[in-house]
Design a binder for this molecule. Sequence first.
Ligand SMILES: Cc1cc2nc3c(=O)[nH]c(=O)nc-3n(C[C@H](O)[C@H](O)[C@H](O)COP(=O)(O)O)c2cc1C
Length: 211
Amino acid sequence: MKHPIIEDLSWRYATKKYNPDLKISDENIEIIKESLRLVPTSYGLFPLKYIFVESKDLREQLRPKAWGQSQITDASHLLVICSHIELDHDYIDGHIELTANTRNIEPSTIQGYGNFVKTKIGEMSAEKHSDWNAKQAYIALGQLMHTCASLRIDATPMEGFDPTAFDKILDLEKDNLKSVLVCAMGYRSEEDNTQHLAKVRKSSEDIFEVR
Ligand SMILES: Cc1cc2nc3c(=O)[nH]c(=O)nc-3n(C[C@H](O)[C@H](O)[C@H](O)COP(=O)(O)O)c2cc1C
């Protein structure tokens, strides 16, 4: 199929080895950041925080806690997608206020919606609530993959890391955060043989169904 979207998605692959000398431009980082800001989340609550780890020292500490994967230290940029552990009533009130300010309406006109969200979240166990927040990170990752591909920036979505160790190294818990996903971004090394491998995907017949 020939379409720019399909070309982007066919071009990308989970990069295993980066060229450490090639850096993403500030301009492209701004596009990536705006794409990450525009990510949709459940109720629009955005229970996410994006941490770009620039410190060489931190990246060296993180690498052994990510199966020693070289992308952690060698990619131009390393993003840790974090989610909030818990959203309290103040957080939801803050979202209602933001919505009212953005749309220039009285907060009282949407307070009923805020109460509905509080009730729905209140029905969840602490573990389910934290997991539900974390699921939103995957939406960000998906959008990020496509944004990077459109910019012809290589990216590696990564779950191969020890979240407990990452949380400790990045001191996340004190900010009510936990690490969910990592994404390395930059430019592939010519030596990365993965780039030459054919994409493995199931056939359309296998994955689509009409009922
Ligand atoms: C949530 C998630 C976690 C992943 N974790 C890793 C990882 O830790 N290291 C890695 O090299 N690739 C990782 N991958 C890449 C997948 O193995 C890869 O996307 C898949 O095999 C399909 O290949 P492609 O992305 O090159 O098309 C991950 C992908 C996803 C979506």
